[in-house]
Design a protein around this ligand. Sequence first.
Ligand SMILES: [Fe+2]
Length: 186
Amino acid sequence: MSRLRIFEEEHPDAPVTVANTHAEIARALAPVGVAFEQWEAAQPVVAGDAPEAIMAAYKADIDRLVEARGFRTVDVVSIAPDNPKREEMRAKFLEEHFHKEDEVRFFVAGSGLFTLHVDGRVYELLCEAGDLVAVPDGMTHWFDMGPEPSFVAIRFFTEPDGWVGHFTGKDIAQKFPRYEVGQARE
Ligand SMILES: [Fe+2]
C-alpha cells in the first residue's frame, strides 16, 4: 500500500505524520509542489509486456501529462530482483541529489521509495503500482529501489541530458530508512 511519512530533518526515528490513503498523501504533498496521482490502465498489462503495450494502456494519462508539462521523451524501465546489476543500479541515486528537470515516474508494477528533502522536512513516499509522482526540478531527494528491486515504471523527460543527478554531498539519506529486503517484492 502506498504510504507517506513526514519527518523533521533532525528526527529520522519518529515521523510527525503518516498518510496511508492516496487522497491524504496527495494533500500532504501538494503544498511542496509534488504531484501524486493514481492512473488506471485502459487494458490489463503485466511486467514483461512490451513497452509499447504498456504505454498504450496509459495513453490518455501520458498524453495529458506530456501536453501539460512539455515532456519530449517517454520511456519504460523495468528491473527484476535477479538483475545482475541491481546493486549498482540501486546505489546510483541513494544519496541526496537534485535534477534540473522534473523527475516524473509512473509505477506500472512493483514499488520504490522516493524520499524528498524540502523546507527542513523529509517526505518518505512509498510508491506502488498505479502511482504517479512528479518531483519538481531542483528539489533535493533520493530514491531507493531496495536490495531485491522489482518495478516497471514509465519515465518522462524534457531534455536529453536533463536527468542528470547533481549530488549535494550531504549524508542525510543515510540517516533515514532504506527500502529493506523483501519490501520491493510484489
Ligand atoms: Fe532523482
